[in-house]
Every structure is written in structure tokens, then in C-alpha cells.
Design a protein around this ligand. Structure first.
Ligand code: ATP
Length: 503
């Protein structure tokens, strides 16, 4: 698994998808740049989402709100007070950790002991081994399980009560050591706000502390009534937005899975209070269907329903995807009640109510949110598509089986040789197809090598122009996934490609 993930990261660099930010200065941690192919893939994912959410839904419209918002926004949303991670420093190593993650990692080690017991017992009992029964009766396993439960519930309780001294006490009682140095010399636990702050305005006394938005959702909430009125929207209706969000993440690892600057694709759906259960189901199903439409394998997705809910939610679920490091959150579906709009009413002193002409009364709508990280979706698509394939002739090939609708380059056109008028005809085909698709012209190395390069870059079609093409206006089109080659009329190329790459 780890090897596969390393391959994903190096392939993303080698094929011009993702570079480390400011690499010549040794990079900036958890910040990445999208390269020439990455920017296309990212744009295509964004468009695929926008088309499904906005274009295909009469009652959903888009906006593009500013990254900087009035600072009171973040008071109202709860981010100033509650968007925190509990941090602890090791006095010897000077390394900083998330206190809750240290405790959770400790529990994961106990969990691993349980797994070991299971493996041992399975060997001992052979065929007759009943795992569930073993887990619920074996005294040693039950002891481990109880220990985990006690630790995690104490952690949850202390965090909820903001009893940070007890979080530190827990770390000391468990004798948790710095994973890098083994030192157990800890500082107190402090809450650390994840928002990036900056100054608006130049002069010392008139400048105002503002934040880079940690989510795009609030730009939608504060514009709710503007959009509803100017767009004459009737409930139920939605507002969608894609854009950058910023979080000063402490546990920043796993490549573009957790970044400090990332992009979200969010949709807030405004509904009549009391109808949230149905809409929650509706959007869970609708969003899962969207994912499945890309054909990346049903088994790679699962729902995770939240038991512990955020302060604004009355129901929440994640769509998890099987990343190279296991199932992890890809998208969240949240029933946010009227928490946000009510809070903005309170802090702004402005009414944010909808007049329902069917019911002849005004109310603050409830909200269902779908929220997906564009970069995380990129990682899901990219890592799932990268495959090493054994071929019939005993060789292997690296192929990036991106869904064709998302591929950065749709077709590469090759002249078989660089003379006899073949380059000219190949150029003509490029110039014609580029009105509809991203097209690439390539004339270096053997055609076999060119195919391999395009396979690894994710290009779904290659077109080769040869001497016969000059006579009969046909070319060879080769399909990335099947490697099948067909002779087709140049005039038919557009339709053949369109069939697979159109959104
Ligand atoms: P996590 O538990 O992984 O930190 P979250 O629950 O804080 O995520 P939300 O606040 O619900 O995430 O954000 C919605 C979506 O935004 C997530 O499902 C994820 O796809 C994406 N996202 C959140 N934080 C990051 C990040 N630091 N880097 C990249 N994507 C992110």
C-alpha cells in the first residue's frame, strides 16, 4: 500500500500533474501546485461536478464569493471559537503534535494487538475459527477493547468540556512518547485555531484582522437572500460554489489529501423546516450516484454515518473512498438545520427569512449541504487510475486509466514518420480536432514508445497517420484501455472521440 502511494506521488510529478509548491526552495509543507496536466484534470473534475449540480438542476444556481469575508462571519459560524485542534509540544524534540492524534495512535497500537490475537487464534483453530465469537469472548481481547473504549471516551469528554489539563494528564498516564525521539517531556495542551489570519488595510490603528475562509459555505449563507430575491428562487433551491479554502492543518501528511490551501465544491440546499430527513436521504443517494457515474468501482465507496455531530448538524455522513492508505472521507453530506442562517441573523441584525407563498408565512429555511474537496477527488481519481498491467507478451505497461471525460488530453496525433507529407496531414488533424478537444501532436521516438507515454499520461485516444492515410483519408485510432487499434475515416474521428469524452 505504501509503495503504491509512493508510486502515485512520483507519477504525479513525472507526468506533469502535481509539483511541490516552491520546490526550488525545498517546498512548503502541505502546499502543492498543479502542473500542466494536473490543471486540466482538476478543471475537468470541477466542470463535471458543476454540470451535475448546477447545469442539470433548474433549481440550483452558482455563485463565486470572495475569499476574504467580514470577520464577524466567522464569529457567527462558530469558527473563531470552535474551529480548533488541541496541540501539544514535546519540550526536548520541539516537535508539535495534535494531542488527540497522539492518543488515537496509541489506541491504534492496542487495536493492532487485537489483530495479532485474531491472526494467532485463526491459525490455531483453523477452519472452525469464528472471528465474531472470538472477539466477543476472549478475555485478553475484551481487556484491550475495554481499555480503548475507556481512553477514547475520556478523550472525547475532556475535549468536549475543554478540559485540556485532563488531555495532558491522559497522555502522561498512558506514558505516550514522542514518536520520533521517545521523549515523554510534554508541554501543556493548547487549543490552536485552524484559520489563517491576516490584516486588511495598511495603517496600524485602522487595520482590521480578517481570515482566509476555512470553508466556502459561509459565502453562500451570507448571500442567501440576495440570490433568492434576484433569482426569484422558490424553496427548495440550492446555491453552489467552488473555490479555495484555507486551513492551518497540523497533521499535514498524505500528499494532497490534507492541504493547507485547497479547493472545495459545496452546495447548500435550502428547504422547508421538517423536510430535512427526506432531503438528507436524497442528497446522500444523488451524490453517491455522481461518484459511481465515473465508473471507478462500487466497492471503492462506502458511507460513514456520524454518531458524534458537529455543533451545526442534526445528521451527517461521509462518502468514503478507498485511497491507497485506506478508506477515508472524500465528501460530507450534512443536515445543517437553520444553525448558520439563524446565527447570521443574530450577528448581523438582518432578517434572513424566506416568504413561502404556498404556506403564506415566513421562515428561516433549513439547509442540506454537500461538500467535497476538489483536491481529494483529484487524488481519488488519480490514485485509482494508476495501474500496472501485465501484457500478453510478458511485458508490462504503466497506464493511467482516467475516466475519459476527465482526461487532460483527449487525443494524441502522431505522424508515423517525419517526412513524405505525414507531419502535415497530422497537423491538419490536430488543427481540426482542437476546436472540440484538448489535442497533442507528438513525433518523437517509435510509435510504440509514444503509445506507452500517452498511456502513462492518461490520454484515452491515439491517432496515427501513415502513408496509406495520404491515399485513402483513413488513420489508425488506438484505445488506451483496450489497446485495440482500428482503421477509421479521418472525417469520423470527431464523432468517435466525442462519444467517449463528452460530459
Ligand atoms: P477531515 O475530517 O478530513 O479533516 P473535515 O471533516 O474537516 O475533513 P469538512 O470541513 O467537512 O472536512 O470539509 C469538506 C470536504 O473538504 C472534506 O470532505 C474534504 O474532501 C475537503 N477537505 C477538508 N479539509 C481538507 C484539507 N485540509 N485538504 C484537502 N481537502 C480538505
Amino acid at each position: 500500500q505504501e509503495d503504491q502511494f509512493k508510486k502515485v506521488i512520483s507519477h504525479a510529478k513525472e507526468y506533469g500533474y502535481i509539483f511541490q509548491s516552491s520546490e526550488i526552495y525545498d517546498g512548503l509543507s502541505a502546499v502543492y501546485d498543479y502542473a500542466q496536466n494536473g490543471v486540466e484534470l482538476k478543471k475537468n473534475i470541477r466542470e463535471y461536478w458543476w454540470k451535475a449540480m448546477v447545469q442539470m438542476n433548474e433549481n440550483i444556481v452558482g455563485i463565486d464569493a470572495a475569499i476574504l469575508m467580514h470577520p464577524t462571519t466567522w464569529k457567527a459560524s462558530g469558527h473563531v471559537d470552535a474551529f480548533n485542534d488541541p496541540l501539544i509540544d514535546n519540550k526536548d524534540s520541539k516537535k508539535r503534535y495534535r494531542a488527540d492524534v497522539l492518543v488515537e495512535d496509541y489506541c491504534a497500537k492496542i487495536e493492532a494487538k487485537i489483530d495479532k490475537e485474531v491472526t494467532k487464534a485463526a491459525k490455531r483453530f483453523g477452519e472452525s475459527f469464528d472471528k465474531d465469537q472470538f472477539l466477543s469472548t476472549n478475555p485478553r481481547v475484551l481487556g484491550y477493547q475495554e481499555k480503548i473504549n475507556t481512553i477514547l471516551s475520556r478523550l472525547a469528554r475532556s475535549l468536549e468540556n475543554e478540559d485540556l489539563a485532563d488531555v495532558k494528564a491522559l497522555i502522561e498516564e498512558l506514558e505516550i512518547a514522542d514518536p520520533l525521539t521517545g521523549s515523554k517531556n510534554w508541554t501543556d495542551v493548547k487549543q490552536f485555531n485552524l484559520m489563517f489570519g491576516t490584516q486588511l488595510g495598511a495603517s496600524a490603528d485602522s487595520s482590521m484582522k480578517v481570515y482566509l475562509r476555512p470553508e466556502t459555505a459561509q459565502g453562500i449563507f451570507v448571500n442567501f437572500l440576495n440570490v433568492q430575491k434576484t433569482g426569484r428562487m422558490k424553496i427548495p433551491f440550492g446555491i453552489a460554489q467552488t473555490g479555495k479554502a484555507f486551513r492551518n492543518e497540523i497533521v499535514a501528511r498524505q500528499f494532497i489529501f490534507r492541504m493547507r490551501e485547497f479547493e472545495q465544491m459545496e452546495m447548500q440546499f435550502f428547504i422547508k423546516p421538517g423536510t430535512q430527513k427526506e432531503w438528507y436521504q436524497h442528497w446522500k443517494e444523488t451524490r453517491l450516484k455522481w461518484h459511481l457515474s465515473l465508473g471507478m468501482g462500487e466497492d471503492n465507496y462506502r458511507f460513514h454515518d456520524h454518531e458524534k455531530l458537529a455543533h451545526y448538524a442534526d445528521a451527517a455522513a461521509d462518502i468514503e473512498f478507498k485511497f491507497p492508505f485506506g478508506f477515508k472521507e472524500l465528501e460530507g453530506i450534512h443536515s445543517r438545520t437553520d444553525f448558520d442562517l439563524k446565527a447570521h441573523e443574530e450577528y448581523s441584525g438582518k432578517k434572513l427569512q424566506y416568504f413561502d407563498s404556498d404556506e403564506n408565512k415566513s421562515y428561516v429555511p433549513y439547509v442540506l449541504e454537500t461538500s467535497i474537496g476538489l483536491d481529494r477527488m483529484f487524488l481519488a481519481v488519480f490514485s485509482n487510475s494508476l495501474q500496472e498491467e501485465e501484457l500478453e507478451n510478458g511485458t508490462s505497461r504503466t497506464v493511467l486509466k482516467l475516466p475519459a471525460v476527465l482526461a487532460p488530453t483527449k487525443v494524441a496525433v502522431f505522424p508515423l514518420v517525419n517526412n513524405s507529407g505525414l507531419p502535415e496531414l497530422a497537423r491538419e488533424i490536430v488543427d481540426d480536432l482542437k476546436w472540440d478537444f484538448t489535442v497533442m501532436y507528438e513525433d518523437k521516438d517509435s510509435v510504440g514508445k509514444r503509445y506507452r507515454r500517452q498511456d502513462a499520461a492518461g490520454t484515452p485516444f491515439c491517432v496515427t497517420v501513415d502513408h496509406d492515410s495520404l491515399e485513402d483519408n483513413t488513420v489508425t485510432i488506438r484505445h488506451r484501455d483496450t489497446m485495440e487499434q482500428k482503421r477509421v475515416k479521418i472525417a469520423d474521428l470527431r464523432a468517435i472521440i466525442k462519444e467517449e469524452v463528452d460530459m
